[in-house]
Design a protein around this ligand. Structure first.
Ligand code: ADP
Ligand code: MG
Length: 498
C-alpha cells in the first residue's frame, strides 16, 4: 500500500486523495482488432478502413489473433491472471465516429484478470498498484471539426483499432504516484512490445478517477474491500501526458474539497481537462454500466485460449523491468534508485551494460543517467542513436578511475567529446588536461604560494580547515589539473598540519 498519502488541509479539517486509473493502450499491431485494415499514423483520411470498420450491413468481425497474443503478453507482464475463456460484449453508445452504434469491448469476462504493478517514486522508494483487469476493445474514429467552417468530417482510420484498457484499483494517493504509475506501466508495455507508448500521439492515455475522503477512510476501504468508505469519484477523460495527469488531479481534488466543505455533494461525472486553463470541466454525467446495455456480441464466439499457446508466449517474454532492476542491483551493486532510473528504457539499460564492463559501476551509472541523459534529452535524441557510444563513456570513466583526469576535468572532456573533438584520451592528450600528480611539479607551485601568503600559512596552524583556501589556489594555478589527494597531502606536510 502507498505510504505517501498526502494530507490536504481544508477549512473543515484534513482530506486525502484517492486515485484509480483506466489506461487505454493502443495495441502494437499492423492490423485492427476485427478487420484486416492497416493501423498506422499519417495515412490520409479514411484510407485505412475496411467494410467492418465502417459498419456496412452484413459485415462480420473476425478476431485478430495477434492482438489477442499481445493482450496475453501484456497480462503476463503485469503478473496477472490470464483467463483462458473470455468473451466480447457490445457497449452501446451513439457517436458519429462510431458507425456501429456500439463498441465491441469485454465486460463480464475480460481476457486478463487481477495483476500488479510495482511503481518507483523519485526518491527511489516503491509501492504497488493492484490491477483489476485488462480487456480488449475497439477504438472509435475521429471527428474533424477544423476542415470547414460549417461542416464536420468523420475519419474512420482509427475506428476498430485494438485497445487494451488496463484498469487499476484505486491505489494511488497523490498526483505524483499516478504519474509514476503511468510511467512504469508504459515502461512495461514498451519492454513487452505490446504498445509503442507514444503519448503525444494518444497511443497511451489515461482516464483518471479522482475522489477525496477523510483520513482513515482509505484504510477502512483496504481492510474491508468496500468502496462505500470512499468518496464519489469523477473521471477525467483521456489525459495524455504525465504533467497533465498531475495538474488535472491537483485541480480536481481541490474542486471536490471546496464543494464538500460548502456542504455540497459530488456527482459522479465525466470531466475533461483543459491544459490551457489548468482546469477540469464537466463533459457529461457518468453513465452506469446499465446505461450501456452491455450484451454478448452474437457475431463473435467466446475467446478460448490454448494453455500451451499461453505458455509459449510466456516463455518468449523478454527480461522485464523489475527483473532487470533486481539484476542490475545484484550484479553491479547499484542502488535501487540508480537501477530504477536505468531500466526506465530498455535501450538505456542496454547502453549501461555495454559501457560498464570492467569499469566502476556507480561512476558509469552517474555518467549515463546524468551528463549523457541531459545531452540526449536536450537534443531529443534516443539513447540508441547517441553519437557517443558506450565505449566512449567507458574510456572516459577509465581515465577518471586511473587518476589521469579529475571528475571536474572529465566534465570538460565530456563536453568536447559531445562536440565531436574525438575520444577522451585523445582530447586529454591534445588539450594537455592530464591531472598533475607529479609531486615535484606540485611542490614548486605550493612553495611559491606559501612564500607569497605567509599570513594565511600561519593561520592554518590554528585553523587546519583553512587549508582549503590553499587547495583552491593550487587548483587555480594548475587550471584544475592538480590531483586533489596529492595536493592535500603535500600541503599538510609543508604547512605542518597533523
Ligand atoms: P467505468 O468504466 O465505469 O469508469 P471501471 O470499473 O472500468 O468503471 O473503472 C473504474 C475506475 O475508477 C477504476 O480504475 C477504479 O480503481 C476507480 N475508482 C473506483 N472508485 C473510486 C473512488 N472512489 N475514487 C477513485 N477512484 C475510484
Ligand atoms: Mg471509465
Amino acid at each position: 500500500m502507498s505510504e505517501t498519502s498526502k494530507l490536504i488541509e481544508g477549512r473543515t479539517g484534513p482530506w486525502e486523495i484517492v486515485l484509480g486509473l483506466e489506461v487505454h493502450a493502443q495495441v502494437a499491431s499492423n492490423a485492427k482488432l476485427f478487420s484486416g485494415a492497416a493501423v498506422g499514423f499519417g495515412a490520409g483520411p479514411n484510407e485505412q478502413v475496411a467494410l467492418v470498420d465502417a459498419a456496412m450491413p452484413g459485415m462480420l468481425p473476425v478476431i485478430n489473433r495477434y492482438c489477442v497474443e499481445q493482450a496475453v503478453r501484456t497480462g503476463l507482464g503485469l503478473k496477472a491472471q490470464i483467463n483462458l475463456k473470455s468473451h466480447f460484449d457490445r457497449k452501446s453508445y451513439f457517436f458519429p465516429d462510431l458507425p456501429q452504434g456500439y463498441q465491441i469491448s469485454q465486460y463480464k469476462d475480460p481476457i486478463v484478470g487481477e495483476g500488479e504493478v510495482i511503481v518507483e517514486l523519485d526518491d527511489g522508494s516503491t509501492f504497488t498498484v493492484r490491477i483489476e483487469r485488462l480487456h480488449l476493445e475497439q477504438d472509435a474514429g475521429k471527428m474533424l471539426h477544423d476542415q470547414e467552417p460549417n461542416a464536420t468530417y468523420v475519419d474512420l482510420n482509427r475506428a476498430g483499432t485494438a485497445l487494451m484498457e488496463i484498469v487499476s484499483m484505486p491505489d494511488m494517493r497523490c498526483s505524483a504516484e499516478a504519474a509514476a504509475y503511468v510511467k512504469k506501466l508504459r515502461t512495461i508495455l514498451v519492454y513487452l512490445g505490446t504498445c509503442d507508448g507514444d503519448m503525444e500521439k494518444g497511443n497511451l492515455r489515461a482516464d483518471v478517477n479522482v475522489s477525496v475522503c477523510r483520513p482513515g477512510d482509505y484504510e477502512k476501504f483496504r481492510e474491508t474491500g468496500s468502496f462505500s468508505h470512499l468518496g464519489t469519484r469523477c473521471e477525467i477523460k483521456n489525459v495524455n501526458s504525465y504533467r497533465y495527469i498531475q495538474a488535472a488531479i491537483e485541480y480536481e481534488a481541490r474542486r471536490q474539497i471546496e464543494i464538500l466543505e460548502d456542504g455540497g455533494k459530488i456527482h459522479q461525472e465525466t470531466r475533461l481537462f483543459d491544459p490551457g486553463k489548468g482546469e477540469t470541466r464537466s463533459m457529461r454525467s457518468k453513465e452506469d454500466a446499465a446505461d450501456y446495455r452491455y450484451f454478448p456480441d452474437p457475431d463473435l464466439l467466446p475467446l478460448e485460449l490454448d494453455p500451451a499457446w499461453v505458455k509459449k508466449i510466456e516463455a518468449s517474454l523478454p527480461e522485464l523491468p523489475d527483473a532487470k532492476k533486481a539484476r542490475l542491483q545484484a550484479q553491479y551493486g547499484l542502488s535501487a534508485y540508480d537501477a530504477g532510473v536505468l531500466i526506465i528504457e530498455q535501450a538505456r539499460a542496454d547502453y549501461y551494460e555495454a559501457a560498464v564492463k570492467g569499469r566502476d559501476a556507480k561512476l558509469v551509472a552517474n555518467w549515463v543517467t546524468n551528463e549523457l541523459a541531459a545531452k540526449l534529452s536536450a537534443g531529443n535524441i534516443d539513447i540508441a542513436d547517441s553519437p557517443l557510444k558506450p565505449a566512449a563513456i567507458a574510456e572516459l570513466v577509465q581515465l577518471i578511475e586511473e587518476g589521469v583526469i579529475s571528475s571536474k576535468i572529465a566534465k570538460d572532456v565530456f563536453e568536447r567529446m559531445w562536440a565531436g573533438e574525438g575520444r577522451a584520451s585523445e582530447i586529454v592528450e591534445a588539450a594537455g588536461l592530464k591531472q598533475v600528480s607529479d609531486t615535484g611539479a606540485l611542490e614548486g607551485v605550493i612553495d611559491t604560494l606559501i612564500a607569497a601568503n605567509p599570513g594565511q600559512a600561519a593561520a592554518v596552524k590554528d585553523r587546519p580547515q583553512a587549508v582549503g583556501w590553499f587547495v583552491g589556489q593550487v587548483m587555480k594555478a594548475t587550471g584544475g589539473k592538480a590531483n586533489p589527494a596529492a595536493v592535500n597531502q603535500l600541503l599538510r606536510a609543508k604547512l605542518g598540519i597533523e
